[in-house]
Write a protein of this length. Structure first.
Length: 202
């Protein structure tokens, strides 16, 4: 019988198998390395883009801060200008106001009422006077509280919507009254004291 030695063939096949496995392993490793390199490159690109976006955002924030600073500056100038205009307006009113108040007072005081004193302190005015009767004092107080049109000439005829009713005298309060008998003239009269607040801004 002829005997064939198969050991060299098996060994060759085994070596070939090992070579194939080794090549496959190297291919897989190379693929993993290539994949990692690609992933790293992609992530690095995203990181760089994010850094650039952060830089642009910071620059915009600085620009907005400067713009906000300019707006605040102009707001401060506007407030300062309004304050100066208010001072000027108050000065004008302080010159014109008392004249108009006295003019209004002369219009509403009844003929049977006489004023003796006018005292103003901390925005409150106290007036003292005499009247023939308590009825005339009440009439005087009522007329003091009546409203006036602040700009009657500016409104068209019959249009009352643009006329604002205001009053020079507010919080009118009767402080005291005293009935006095004048023996010389055999006549009685009333002494009175009234407190109120006066608006010079109309």
């Amino acid at each position: 019988m002829i005997k064939i030695n198969l050991l060299p063939i098996r060994a060759a096949r085994k070596r070939e198998y090992v070579k194939q496995q080794l090549v496959l392993f190297l291919v897989v490793v190379a693929g993993l390395i290539l994949g990692l390199i690609t992933w790293y490159s992609t992530m690095q690109s995203k990181i760089n883009d994010s850094k650039k976006e952060i830089t642009r955002t910071k620059q915009k924030i600085e620009q907005y801060k400067k713009a906000i600073g300019e707006v605040e500056k102009y707001k401060g100038l506007e407030a300062e200008l309004n304050s100066k205009l208010k001072i000027i307006e108050d000065l004008v009113k302080s010159k014109v106001g008392p004249v108009r108040v006295l003019d209004r007072l002369s219009q509403v005081i009844p003929r049977q009422v006489w004023l003796l004193s006018w005292t103003e302190k901390k925005g409150t005015v106290t007036i003292e006077g005499e009247a023939l009767t308590n009825k005339h004092v009440a009439q005087f107080m009522t007329q003091l509280g009546e409203t006036v049109e602040t700009n009657p000439q500016a409104a068209p005829a019959g249009d009352k919507t643009s006329q604002t009713g205001m009053t020079f005298f507010k919080n009118i309060r009767l402080v005291e009254t005293e009935l006095v008998q004048d023996k010389k003239y055999a006549q009685s009269f009333v002494k009175f004291k009234i407190s109120m607040q006066v608006s010079y801004a109309i």
